[in-house]
Ligand binder design. Structure first.
Ligand code: KG4
Ligand code: ZN
Length: 347
């Protein structure tokens, strides 16, 4: 599988078994390179720089992955290819697609056109790394997936693998985007999520009462733009009035507001849909406070929770291979000549 939707370039090779009833995976190789350092000076991902870097790194990562997996003759030993076609930055997606097209042609392999968000869902099925054993995850449906990344915040009702219904989403900023923007206000480097969560560990979560936007609305939608603006105004006020504050308290109080909203709506969705299972996915699922709050809450209401391995929460190609396996089981392949990037591809 090939992943190039944002600023991580990934090539992964997985052994897949068990069918849709019990999908199981062994990671043979999960080669990845991040461009974070390059985009840092711009405070966010620049699509054309991302594309250029993906093109540069893909052949190197492919060789690394083939070597790691001990594959000498890919045309014989690999059964299918997968490539992320959306959602994501279109120039970046095209880099992966063009590369996959060359491989499909050379190796004469069928291709799955993968959805990045489905990859974040499938990440819960993956073992931590190539050395660890197959993860023995049996997922009971219906499940609610809370997907929180840099570009998306979605609540998904999953009746089975391949049967997804987005029941709620953000009406403005994504959760990860809010983390990144608040980090910038605090002069912290990109990506802001890990920086905020690091500061938050020693901050007071109740120092500032930031709003919990849309927490009481009847739908499952989210809004993080107002929360972000509230942090901005608070900081502005403190600065003009020379009131002392710590970045740690701001980070902790902001993080708590995000976690509260995500938790509240997720729990309501679980109850109202009689879901047995909670799945957490996307880069923000690396957040320790979010993980532990969701774990505690799921236990309280008797729902089983599945979290992705920490290493596999942010973008990688292993999760794309895992989700593509569902599609191979249904012979859902796309002619490589017809592959194309869909920046806003829905689940
Ligand atoms: O899924 P991902 O790697 O890329 C997209 O598909 O967007 O998610 C990246 C996002 C970034 O916004 C980053 O700040 C956020 O995930 N993130 C975190 C943490 N680690 C990454 N947010 C909060 N806490 C974290 N520990
Ligand atoms: Zn992602």
């Amino acid at each position: 599988a090939i992943e190039t939707s944002c600023d991580e370039t990934g090539v992964a090779i997985l052994d897949c078994s068990g069918g849709l009833a019990r999908p199981q995976f062994k990671i043979r190789a999960n080669a990845i390179t991040t461009q974070i350092e390059l985009h840092k000076e711009f405070g966010g991902v620049v699509p054309n720089i991302a594309k250029r870097e993906h093109i540069k790194h893909l052949p190197i990562l492919l060789i690394e992955a083939l070597n790691k997996a001990g594959i000498k003759n890919p045309a014989e030993e690999i059964d299918a290819l997968a490539v992320t076609v959306g959602p994501g930055l279109e120039p970046a997606l095209w880099a992966g697609i063009t590369f996959a097209q060359e491989l499909a042609q050379d190796w004469k392999l069928p291709v799955v056109a993968s959805n990045h968000m489905e990859g974040h869902i499938a990440a819960i099925l993956l073992p931590t790394d190539a050395k660890s054993k197959i993860k023995n995850e049996k997922v009971s449906f219906p499940a609610i997936a809370t997907l929180v990344s840099g570009g998306h915040t979605e609540l998904v009702l999953i009746k089975n693998w391949l049967d997804y219904k987005v029941i709620g989403e953000t009406v403005d900023d994504a959760a990860g985007e809010a983390f990144d923007k608040v980090a910038r206000m605090l002069d912290l480097p990109y990506p802001g999520g890990p920086e905020i969560s690091r500061l938050a560990t020693t901050g007071n979560r109740y120092a500032h009462s930031f709003p919990r936007p849309m927490i009481n609305t009847k739908n499952y939608n989210f809004s993080f733009s107002g929360l972000k603006t509230s942090v901005l105004y608070t900081l502005r006020d403190f600065k003009t009035k020379h009131i002392a504050y710590t970045k740690n308290d701001i980070a902790a109080s902001f993080e708590e507001a995000v976690v509260d909203v995500l938790l509240f709506k997720t729990l309501r969705a679980i109850k109202e849909h009689n879901a047995q299972t909670l799945i957490l996915g996307g880069g923000v699922a690396a957040n320790a406070r979010l993980r532990s709050s969701m774990q505690i809450a799921a236990k309280k209401i008797g729902a089983r929770i599945h979290l992705p391995a920490l290493k596999l929460t942010t973008d990688n190609a292993a999760m794309i291979a895992a989700s593509a396996y569902f599609h191979t089981e249904k012979n859902d392949f796309t002619n490589w000549k017809k592959l194309s990037a869909h920046g806003t591809m829905p689940l």
